[in-house]
Design a protein around this ligand. Structure first.
Ligand SMILES: Nc1ncnc2c1ncn2[C@@H]1O[C@H](COP(=O)(O)OP(=O)(O)OP(=O)(O)O)[C@@H](O)[C@H]1O
Ligand SMILES: [Mg+2]
Length: 293
């Protein structure tokens, strides 16, 4: 029963329509952390579009055997208030609220205490905008003994129980390192995979330098690679690389099935920008991290 529900939850979350590439070392190390009983809250952190959600999906489906009582996926992108966190989490689990005198929180915590020893993985996807509500996560860990939480967030949650795992881009060829073939790098694989969706006749060897340059310029960031590949309808990889170097605005799309925050690198920066404190913004402005922004 737990398994069936977990399976449904995983797949309701965000069906992957593209192959998962690279990340073998991340998968191995995160798998070891999930197997370690002392790690109960693991947060994958990194900038927007770096691949945290995709990696969490892969980890969850790969490690179903660790969690026989269920893997419950909670997507938090649509939530705007931290008060909505508890109902969203409760809805993803088999728990049901009753019409009774106890508050929803009391009811949910009574459920957690009853199921405290279950081997459950709760995935909280995109927590960054609800950080003021993370005490709930600490309370849930305290109320249970075997539940684990895998969170994805642009920022660490800053909880004592937290094990942080920064996620960086896919592997990409460095400027002068020619010893490995380009297609061995996962950033190149991702670009070529997306390229072939647009141009079936795309052949890496004909444009290899341009593809290497793009992967290096965006430091293997998957979202930026997808947006860059979108330009293959009209530009060659070397031109795309040159344009990226000149102007980040090239990395935008008109695709309708992408969330607003993933339609351009500029909107990724803008939404991360909104999460920064006033002091951090001043520091970043001084550093001019947001090129051309
Ligand atoms: N390893 C991978 N293989 C294939 N595609 C990937 C991989 N990692 C990420 N992608 C793709 O890149 C895009 C961005 O990834 P994802 O949504 O996981 O980023 P994110 O870090 O969760 O961003 P945000 O902070 O905005 O939620 C998605 O279209 C995703 O499918
Ligand atoms: Mg995400």
């Amino acid at each position: 029963m737990g398994k069936t529900r977990a399976f449904q939850n995983m797949h309701n979350a965000a069906p992957a329509l593209t192959p998962f590439l690279g990340r073998s070392q991340d998968m191995e190390e995160i798998g070891a952390l999930l197997a370690d009983p002392s790690c109960r809250l693991l947060t994958l952190t990194g900038p927007g579009g770096i691949g945290k959600t995709r990696l969490a999906m892969e980890i969850a489906s790969h490690h179903q055997a660790f969690f026989p009582d269920g893997i419950f996926w909670v997507s938090l992108t649509q939530l705007s208030r931290s008060d909505d966190l508890l109902p969203a989490i409760a809805k993803a689990t088999p728990f049901c609220f009753q019409q009774e005198s106890r508050s929803p929180r009391e009811q949910f915590f009574a459920y957690l205490q009853e199921k405290h020893a279950q081997q459950v993985l709760l995935v909280l996807d995109n927590v960054e905008h609800l950080l003021e509500g993370v005490d709930l996560i600490a309370d849930m860990l305290a109320a249970t003994t075997s539940w684990k939480i895998l969170a994805t967030s642009r920022e660490v949650l800053n909880l004592q129980e937290e094990w942080g795992r920064p996620i960086t881009g896919l592997t990409y060829p460095a400027a002068h390192a020619e010893e490995r073939a380009a297609e061995e790098y996962s950033a190149v694989q991702l670009f070529v995979e997306r390229a072939r969706r647009l141009r079936r006749d795309f052949v890496l060897s004909e444009d290899e330098q341009g593809v290497r340059d793009i992967c290096r310029l965006v430091e293997g960031m998957p979202l930026a690679l997808e947006l860059a590949a979108g330009w293959l309808r009209t530009l060659r990889p070397t031109d795309i690389a040159q344009e990226i170097q000149r102007n980040l605005d090239l990395l935008a799309t008109r695709a309708h099935n992408l969330p607003e925050r993933h339609r351009s690198m500029r909107s990724v920066f803008a939404s991360s920008w909104q999460l920064l404190s006033e002091t951090d913004r001043e520091v970043f402005q001084k550093l001019s991290v947001f090129r051309g922004g």
